[in-house]
Write a protein that binds this ligand. Structure first.
Ligand code: G3P
Ligand code: CA
Length: 241
């Protein structure tokens, strides 16, 4: 069962920053999960929300900032005592770094609130430019983004992200639509749902697994991967099972 550091190792470090990604590597994660959006001048950036208030010292929408403007904001403004500065990473910066590591990256295309023109195309172009094709997984709650990703890069695996209560006959449906993974919320999952996916050749990666009970159940049910805020805790525990 692969361990993906959710938004980097965001339990102890500011989410979706290079610091959180470096810490995920140090914790021996198998992979990193991150969220991408687009700036006003067309750069792919790593940030979870469509607006910057929750995680930075700025206000307003990501789409209204240029990359240069956005990178003046502190992505660690609400973390710790707020004194450390960490920029919002561009996806280009992340790709340059991760290419020199063994990590897998789950790129979540954040396109459910704002449908950014060409976010899929620009994201896939960076993956290709950095030769990361064999080590990425595309996911989205907006399944139109998965259809577009498949159209542009059929060989890249896609994970169908689903909020509670999940899908009925998920494995059958996901196979039918030509995707490779089911990404359900842990609270919507059970052993039979994992087995149904596997019967159809569909892998199961579960979010967001932050308790020992959830971790143990996912392992027991044979899940293929989990997203956790605490890879530092999950890694030694899973290795000991
Ligand atoms: O990919 C799993 C998880 O990241 C989805 O939820 O809100 O943390 O992006 P969220
Ligand atoms: Ca995410």
């Amino acid at each position: 069962m692969k361990i993906y550091a959710h938004r980097g190792a965001c339990g102890f470090f500011p989410e979706n920053t290079m610091l959180a990604f470096h810490k995920a590597l140090e914790a021996n994660s198998d992979g990193i999960e991150l969220d991408v959006q687009l700036t006003r001048d067309g750069h792919v950036v790593i940030i979870h929300d469509e607006t910057v208030e929750r995680t930075t010292d700025g206000t307003g929408r990501v789409i209204d900032y240029t990359l240069a403007e956005l990178q003046k904001l502190n992505a660690a403004a609400h973390w710790g005592d707020g004194s450390a500065f960490h920029a919002i990473p561009s996806f280009e910066e992340y790709c340059s770094w991760v290419a020199s590591t063994p990590l897998i990256t789950n790129i979540e295309i954040k396109s459910s609130v704002i449908y950014y023109p060409e976010l899929e195309k620009k994201t896939l172009a960076l993956i290709k430019a950095h030769h990361l094709e064999g080590r990425v997984l595309i996911s989205s709650f907006n399944h139109l983004s998965l259809i577009e990703s498949k159209r542009l890069a059929p060989a890249l695996p896609c994970g169908v992200l689903v909020p509670n209560p999940g899908l009925v006959n998920a494995g059958y449906g996901i196979k039918h639509f030509g995707f490779e993974y089911y990404h359900p919320a842990y609270s919507s999952l059970d052993e039979e749902k994992v087995a149904e996916c596997h019967r159809h050749g569909i892998g199961v990666n579960v979010w967001t697994v932050n308790t020992m009970e959830a971790l143990e159940n996912c392992y027991r049910w044979g899940c293929d991967g989990i997203f956790t805020n605490y890879p530092e805790v999950a890694r030694p525990y899973v290795d000991s099972l």
